[in-house]
Design a protein around this ligand. Sequence first.
Ligand SMILES: [Zn+2]
Ligand SMILES: [Zn+2]
Length: 144
Amino acid sequence: MSNQLTTHDIDEALIAAGLRRTPQRIAVLDYLLRHPDHATAEELWPALNKRHAKASRATVYNTLHSLVEAGLVREFKLDGNASRYDAFLHPHHHFVCDICGVVEDLEWFEVPALAQLKTSRSRAGSRRIRSYEVVVRGECVKCR
Ligand SMILES: [Zn+2]
Ligand SMILES: [Zn+2]
């Protein structure tokens, strides 16, 4: 799903989030959208460097940070490992493999009980719920 997004979508997302459209932000979002395997910053950096010879490691971290703050990228910290990053322009769920740790996207579907949290206060208390996502765990195709 995510790799159908275009440069136009990336521009729109940055504008909507109130972020300046820097080449680094565009490159990071573009990379994450084209590689929905939830890369770590260490995996992302050499890949970006191949295409945009200017990005330093610090730049990649700073860029990721600004995108996470703006809600355009999700940061996962699973089982104490390095953070993984995911362009989150469209809602989706996640599958995590218990054996190899791979994080895969699952197509979006509503979970009525969770969707209710957005309108009902009974379980969310005084919190305001904006969105939800589900993480399911098991064994991936390769590990089964
Ligand atoms: Zn696996
Ligand atoms: Zn994802």
